[in-house]
Design a protein around this ligand. Structure first.
Ligand code: 8X3
Length: 242
């Protein structure tokens, strides 16, 4: 695997889950990692900076302070609720789109305009929710379809530049994601993974590491990762307890 010594990587959402695991693996591979998160005290990266991707001023200050970078991993994201869409709320829709879509687009634009060196790499954490709709996740699903569309469009606009763009789209990953989605209900969050062998944050981080450590002329365009117990957005196999 290509070492990343001498490179600087920005990871958003680096205080937990896939973002934290990715930040750790990039650092192990030699990158200088600048982590961003609202909960700055939870960051374990070499450089830890406060970042609220929903706030343009926070993003601008983060990018200015971080300085030049070679890799941007857009890992900040969330889902809220698992209900039919007619029970959705303005507040939840705003929170999900502001983080997953506008935040990701905003960070990508700012980094592209002011700090991404070439050869550079932008990695978006999509989801299988950006490929298949399943019941009771409309806003999150729409946000991840948007991320996939944005990633495809970026590939077109950056053709001819020395900047790679990758989306890593995972299914069931056991992290704090479901606790947030179920608004702190740990039992409901646990039930999502019950009887399955879900992916871990490290499994997804490992895929991101694979993409960024290819030779710089090789673009891993899209990576789709699922548990052995999942075949699509809506189909999960649950094993009987031993
Ligand atoms: C998270 C995976 O299956 O809950 O992006 O949409 S899923």
């Amino acid at each position: 695997m290509r070492r990343l010594d001498g490179t600087t990587a920005i990871v958003t959402g680096a205080s937990s889950g896939i973002g934290a695991a990715t930040a750790r693996m990039l650092a192990e591979q030699g990158a200088r990692v600048i982590g961003g998160a609202r909960r700055v005290e939870r960051l374990e990266t070499e450089v830890a900076l406060a970042l609220d991707v929903t706030d343009p001023e926070s993003c601008r200050a983060f990018v200015d302070t971080a300085g030049p970078c070679d890799i941007l991993v857009n890992a900040a994201g969330l889902a809220l609720g698992r209900e039919p869409f007619d029970r959705s709320s303005e507040e939840d829709e705003r929170a999900v789109f502001e983080t997953n879509v506008n935040g990701l687009v905003r960070m990508t634009r700012l980094v592209l305009q002011s700090s991404l060196r070439e050869p550079g790499h932008i990695v978006n954490t999509g989801s299988i929710a950006g490929r298949w709709a399943y019941p009771n996740g409309a806003t999150y699903i729409a946000s991840k379809f948007a991320v996939r569309g944005f990633t495809r469009a970026l590939r077109e606009d950056l053709l001819g530049r020395d900047i790679r763009v990758t989306t890593v789209d995972a299914g069931l990953v056991e992290t704090g994601f479901s606790v947030v989605r179920f608004r702190g209900d740990e039992a409901a969050a646990k039930a999502v993974y019950e009887g399955t062998r879900p992916l871990s944050a490290d499994d997804v981080a490992d895929a991101i590491l694979y993409a960024v450590t290819r030779p710089t002329h090789v673009v891993v365009d899209e990576l789709v990762l699922m548990s052995i117990d999942q075949s699509s957005g809506a189909r999960v196999h649950r094993r009987a307890a031993d």
